[in-house]
Design a protein around this ligand. Structure first.
Ligand code: HEC
Length: 294
């Protein structure tokens, strides 16, 4: 092939404007492993541009400001997805590897808004969303959160007081929706009936699982807590782990680190978390077994 043609072909994807799409798929039962690629090849592609959009004035906790957003309320979209009532939870999958589970039928007022464009005056609309540096680092953050299209605007009741560590502050563009059964999804991680271990799993789900996966299952933003190196080996006591989770060096953002300080976490919670992490390093996850839908 001629060199110029190769160069022209290489340049194509950069020139083409990103079309707003969203991949939707259902979790395959039995295995614990994630699909090799996200979204998996069997995912259905929704053309968001073809959906009816509406304009809403919203406060976006990521930018800490109000603006006009044009897009789709997620509850509208979720209600019309395939998959029977057994699929009562969706895993929101973000471009940066984060995963946040929400109910398939969220409260209407709370449902996040999937923005495709924004405007400050209602006349000029932009489909690009500004990169978001970490708090306190407007100019020197080398790895701000970047958005393509599909900017999710969190609308929970606590949107105006959302804490700095909240996963909703760290999400990038929404790229996929995976339908799961909530009970079966959670049971994969229930490795023991011991009270401490159970509390540890709750701590993991509240504070860590949006960013960290377990044995290749779940999020891929931070490192997997078991593979290839168990977190409990690297952070070899609850005390050491506690220190990492709770505090961050002042120049962490400047050095390109993405994990926020999870300041409300207590030493007691991390002690439980460590117990669960230790067990997860020793035992496989339970298989994902959703009820059979007919
Ligand atoms: C908003 C996303 C996010 C959340 C929430 C999060 N992490 Fe992280 N974590 C990361 C990322 C990204 C990294 C990779 C290093 C970096 O960029 O900071 C990381 C790295 C780590 C490391 C390795 C860092 C090192 O120096 O050894 C540990 C340990 C860790 N996380 C534990 C946790 C635990 C435990 C929780 C929950 C209590 C948690 N993280 C919650 C994103 C997150």
């Amino acid at each position: 092939m001629k060199t110029w043609l190769v160069l022209a072909l290489l340049a194509l994807p950069m020139v083409a404007e990103a079309k707003p799409t969203l991949s939707v798929w259902t979790r395959a039962p039995g295995t614990s492993a994630e699909p090799a690629v996200i979204p998996p090849p069997e995912a259905k592609l929704i053309d968001l541009g073809a959906k009816r959009s509406r304009d809403s004035k919203l406060y976006d906790p990521q930018y800490g400001a109000e603006a006009l957003y044009r897009g789709i309320a997620l509850d509208d979209l979720l209600a019309n997805l395939p998959g029977g009532p057994a699929f009562d939870q969706v895993l929101l999958r973000f471009d940066n590897g984060m995963v946040i589970p929400i109910s398939r039928w969220p409260e209407m007022d709370d449902s996040p808004f999937l923005a495709l464009a924004h405007s400050s005056d209602g006349t000029t609309w932009s489909t690009t969303f500004e990169a978001l540096p970490k708090k306190g680092h407007p100019a020197d953050d080398p790895r701000p959160i970047r958005f393509t299209t599909n900017k999710l605007v969190y609308r929970g009741a606590d949107a105006r007081e959302l804490p700095d560590w909240s996963p909703w502050r760290h999400v990038s563009s929404l790229v996929g929706i995976e339908l799961v059964n909530a009970g079966a999804w959670t049971r994969q991680f229930a490795l023991s009936k011991d009270g401490r271990v159970t509390q540890g799993l709750e701590v993991f789900e509240r504070y860590c699982s949006a960013c960290h996966g377990v044995r290749g299952v779940g999020a891929r933003f931070g490192w997997d807590v078991v593979t290839p190196i168990p977190m409990t080996e690297h952070r070899s006591s609850p005390g050491v782990l506690y220190f990492h989770v709770k505090y961050r060096e002042l120049d962490a953002a400047k050095r390109g680190f993405m994990m926020p300080a999870l300041s409300p976490v207590t030493e007691d919670e991390v002690t439980s978390l460590w117990k669960w992490l230790d067990l997860a390093a020793k035992e496989p996850l339970r298989p994902y077994t959703p009820p059979v839908s007919r």
